[in-house]
Structure formats: C-alpha cells, structure tokens
Design a binder for this molecule. Structure first.
Ligand SMILES: Cc1cc2nc3c(=O)[nH]c(=O)nc-3n(C[C@H](O)[C@H](O)[C@H](O)COP(=O)(O)OP(=O)(O)OC[C@H]3O[C@@H](n4cnc5c(N)ncnc54)[C@H](O)[C@@H]3O)c2cc1C
Ligand code: FES
Length: 345
C-alpha cells in the first residue's frame, strides 16, 4: 500500500456543512485515479489514528488538484475534525486511490445513457463521473439529485454551469424534501427521490434499455432505485452502487455474542473483547491496535486478516472478495462466533 503526504492547497466551503479539500499533486509523479474512485485520508486525533475514505470530486485530466468533498456527520470524529480543525497548508497522509465504482468501458458506448442517482454527499463520485463523461465522452447523462433544500446542494453553481455548457447531453432532476423559493428558478420536485418520476423524464429522451445506473446515497435510495429498475428492462449488470457505510441488520447478529479473541500482529498478541455488534476491526481499533483499513464496507480488502482458529461470520457484504485466499477474512465485516478465535494480520 503506497502512502503519500499531500499538502492542502485550498479549502472551499460548499455549503454550511460541507467543504472541499484541494490537495496539490506531488511535484514529480502525479497520482492517477479514475472518476468514481476514492482517496483515503489518515489523521491522528488525540493520539489515535483514524482512517476515512472520501470519493474524489475532482476528475483526473480535467482538474489539476486532487479534490475530496466532506460533509459533516453529526458526532462524527473525522468529518468534524476536517471541518473544524484542518486548515490550508496542512499536510495529510493519504493512501493510493482505490475503489471500483467506475464506469466500465462497455457503459461508455455512445448509445448508453448514464443515469446518476445521488443524495447529499453521495454526489461526490457522481460529480467526478459526470465531468469525465461530459468532457471526454459523448453519452447523455441525467443526474437525479436529492437534497433537503437549495442551501444544502453541494456543487450547485458548478452543476448549473454544466447544464448551460452541455444543454443537449446533461439534465439534472432535483428532489428537495424541504423546498425553498429559488431565485434561479430551478425546477424542483418536492419530496424524496421517486424513481417513477425520474423514469418519466428518462423515457422521454432515451429508451430505458439503453440506460446504465450509478447510485450513491443512503441504503434507502439504493433499495428504492434497484426495486424500481427491476420492474424495467435494465439488467442488474448495468446497475452500480457505492456505499458510504454498512447498514447492519439486527437479524444477522442473532447467534453472535460478545467474545474475547486474540489478534496477532507484528509478533505481538493482543487479547481483545469484541462486544456484540462490533466488528473485529472496530474492536481492535478500540483496543488501540494500529490495524490497517480504509472503506469499512468490505470493498477495499486493506483490512484482511487470517483466521488461525475458531469461527468467524462475515456480515454486511453480499459478495466475498476475490482477493481473499483460504482462511482470510475482511476484519471490518467479521464477527467472532466462538470464544477461541485467533486472527493474524
Ligand atoms: C467508499 C467511500 C467513499 C466515501 N466518500 C465520502 C465523500 O465523498 N464525502 C463524505 O462526506 N463522506 C464520504 N464517505 C464517508 C466517510 O468515509 C466517513 O464515513 C464519514 O465522513 C463519517 O466519518 P466520521 O469519522 O466523521 O464519523 P464516525 O465517527 O466514523 O461515525 C459517527 C457516526 O456516524 C455514522 N456515520 C458514518 N458515516 C456516515 C455517513 N456517511 N452518513 C451518515 N452517518 C454516518 C456512523 O455509523 C456512526 O454512528 C465515504 C465512505 C466510503 C466507504
Ligand atoms: S476496510 Fe475495506 S474491506 Fe475492510
């Protein structure tokens, strides 16, 4: 895993609770990434190391800086640290770009209509994909974007400009749960994103079979869009989504109890209590073991560890990562089933 130290060139306020950090590219060799990928930021806060992934809002080849846009999560450790403490000129350690929420080559075919579904900070990877598609390809793109009101819309002005620059190829359909009067006169649909209303528009410009869908937002959005798409002729192969956090289902924890396990790392052995509901990764971090991780959603494989003995259950991931060999587990999604678990990093 390559780790860089990058300097924050500027911090731009997007809304009252979201900022964009613009990192300067390293002088010698630029960091390359694809639209839709993320950058993992590493902070030391009160002596403890915290690692969080943030999707690029910049687009390689279009923007000269590496930009990530962070929305404050109430009570969140790193997002509040970034909004309240981090300043221009600070250096931040970052991991090399990762992530597979990218537009596959087949979906860049000119007859494909890309439909981007986003709510709140879920706009970030979609904005990078949007710019890449409009500037470097010829597809039509529709952004279906949900927010509370105008004042919480991230990239509002930049999106208005893209609408003017690409009037034949880019459309934005906005849903606001608490609409306000907008001086720009933007057309807003009241309420949460309703796929059926968005489909009405899409059908008026494209055949729905030629659409590919990219979803980034809370799990409710993903579920409602996927359910609605299942009733159309869009193949599941043409639906992609990015999760910012895992939603844990209580049912999955039925047979899990608090367990005391052992974690071996760098020739040391730690005994760690894994409280019911916490993953082995979370329990290890709470015990101040410096474990590596990034996404915490079972996507990046940075947190993998080897099960030496005992039984572990994987919860929250639909597909087991192909990066894993026998007895390897993603510790961010692993929960001990027995009390004799030993894991080696
Ligand atoms: C692949 C990926 C890309 C991401 N890209 C972005 C991005 O571009 N912009 C951005 O702002 N965030 C993004 N995130 C989320 C980000 O990594 C952090 O999870 C988020 O900033 C919260 O971290 P925290 O330390 O402030 O909160 P924590 O201290 O980790 O969490 C505090 C509480 O908030 C809940 N929580 C955690 N994340 C969220 C969330 N996103 N929304 C609501 N509640 C949450 C937790 O369950 C916990 O209860 C991304 C996450 C992933 C996995
Ligand atoms: S931290 Fe990314 S898979 Fe576990």
């Amino acid at each position: 895993m390559i780790v860089y130290s990058l300097k924050i060139g500027s911090i731009r306020k997007e809304t009252d609770d979201a900022v964009t950090l613009s990192f300067k590219q390293p002088g010698l060799k630029k960091i390359k990434y694809q639209a839709g990928q993320y950058l993992t930021l590493i902070f030391r806060i009160n002596g403890r190391r915290y690692i969080r992934p943030y999707s690029f809002s910049s687009t390689f080849g279009i923007d000269s800086t590496l930009d990530v846009t962070i929305k404050r999560v109430p009570g969140g450790i790193v997002s509040n640290h970034i909004l309240d403490v981090v300043k221009e000129g600070d250096s931040v350690e970052v991991m090399e770009p990762m992530g597979d929420f990218i537009v596959p080559v087949a979906d860049k075919a000119a007859d494909k209509h890309l439909v981007l579904w986003g709510v709140g900070s879920g706009i970030t990877p979609l904005y990078s994909i949007l710019k890449d598609t409009l500037v470097n390809h010829s597809n039509k793109v529709t952004l279906i974007y949900g927010n509370r009101s105008h004042s919480t819309v991230i990239f509002k002005e930049a999106l208005e400009k893209l609408k003017k620059d690409y009037p034949d190829r880019f459309t934005c359909i906005e849903f606001h749960t608490r609409p306000e009067i907008d001086s720009a006169g933007t057309h807003i649909i009241e309420g949460r994103i309703q796929p059926s209303k968005a489909f009405e528009y899409i059908r008026s410009v494209s055949s729905i079979e030629h659409t590919s869908h990219f979803i980034c937002g809370p799990s409710g959005l993903k579920d409602s869009v996927k359910t609605a798409l299942a009733e159309t002729h869009v193949l599941s192969d043409n639906i992609y989504s990015e999760d910012f956090e895992i939603v844990k289902n209580e049912e999955d924890f039925k047979f899990i109890q608090t367990q005391s396990i052992r974690i071996r790392k760098d020739n040391e052995e730690f005994t760690v209590e894994v409280i019911k509901g916490k993953s082995i990764l979370e329990a290890g971090l709470d015990a101040l073991i410096e474990l590596n991780y990034s996404c915490q959603t079972g996507n990046c494989s940075v947190c993998k560890g080897r099960l030496i003995q005992g039984e572990i259950k994987t919860i929250g991931v639909k597909e087991i990562s192909k990066d894993l060999i026998e007895n390897e587990y993603l510790l961010c999604c692993s929960y001990p089933v027995t009390g004799d678990v030993v894991v080696e990093i």
